[in-house]
Design a protein around this ligand. Structure first.
Ligand SMILES: [Zn+2]
Length: 248
């Protein structure tokens, strides 16, 4: 567990440019501490929910108080754990409409989980479980977690269903998912819904936000001066290039 701010702890992180805190297939999973209520940004793979819950306890929080999981997108390493978390803790799963559709139907072609398995990135024994989604959000919608307020930012490109979340406050934090990572890196994959034009527009959209901390879906995060990572990505776009891809 890493309590990284008063209001945020890192409670999950795998081996894809990660901190190897929990299951190897987990993305970075952040716990929001809103006082009365807690929430997670992303669910991870669901391959080791016990360890994830242990990390929440280690952060000094009671897992039963986790009210929501806000999904950045439906890729397995981010959303695979929804079902287990919902079944065990009664969390409400919150996502954009397209992510919600993919999670509800376990649409493994749309999420490229099937392709990733065929490519050997995920072992054959991993399974994607359908999961109800309790709330569908739209771009710009404000979400409350106890005393905290977040805004959903639709950011397609890495995938069609991608959403970032901006946490308001004295030091606003941008949960950028897989759209932009530390160093201005991106995650471009040869999959059907990874679209460069959308991706570039989404990077510029995030660069236009006011934030201090950059907390991405994989790898290092920045507690201050988070904007400089977006500046690197935008500088590449200004040269008609895509920013560098995440190297794992
Ligand atoms: Zn992804």
């Amino acid at each position: 567990m890493m309590r990284i701010r008063d209001d945020v702890a890192l409670v999950g992180s795998g081996d894809i440019a990660g901190f190897s805190l929990t299951d190897p297939y987990d993305c970075s999973i952040y716990l929001l501490d809103g006082g009365d209520e807690l929430a997670l940004i992303d669910a991870g793979s669901g391959e080791d929910v016990d360890e994830l819950i242990a990390q929440v306890r280690a952060a000094g929080c009671r897992p039963e108080r986790i009210r929501y999981v806000f999904l950045t997108h439906a890729h397995f390493d981010h959303a695979g754990g929804c079902r287990a978390l919902r079944d065990r803790l009664g969390v409400q799963v919150v996502a954009l409409a397209e992510a919600a559709r993919r999670v509800r139907t376990a649409d493994t072609e749309a999420t490229a989980f099937a392709a990733a398995q065929r490519a050997g990135m995920y072992p054959a024994h991993l399974r994607c479980e359908p999961c109800p989604v309790d709330r569908v959000v739209v771009d710009g919608e404000t979400l409350a977690v106890g005393r905290l307020r977040l805004t959903a930012l639709a950011t397609p490109g890495h995938s069609a269903d991608h959403c970032a979340y901006l946490l308001a406050g004295q030091a606003p934090a941008l949960f950028s998912g897989d759209c932009v990572l530390a160093g201005g890196r991106v995650i471009i994959q040869h999959i059907a819904d990874c679209l460069l034009e959308d991706y570039a527009r989404s990077i510029r959209k995030l660069a236009a936000q006011d934030f201090t901390a950059l907390l991405p879906g994989h790898g290092l995060f920045a507690l201050n001066r988070g904007r400089r990572h977006l500046d690197v990505a935008v500088a590449a776009l200004d040269q008609l290039l895509m920013p560098g891809n995440l190297v794992t």
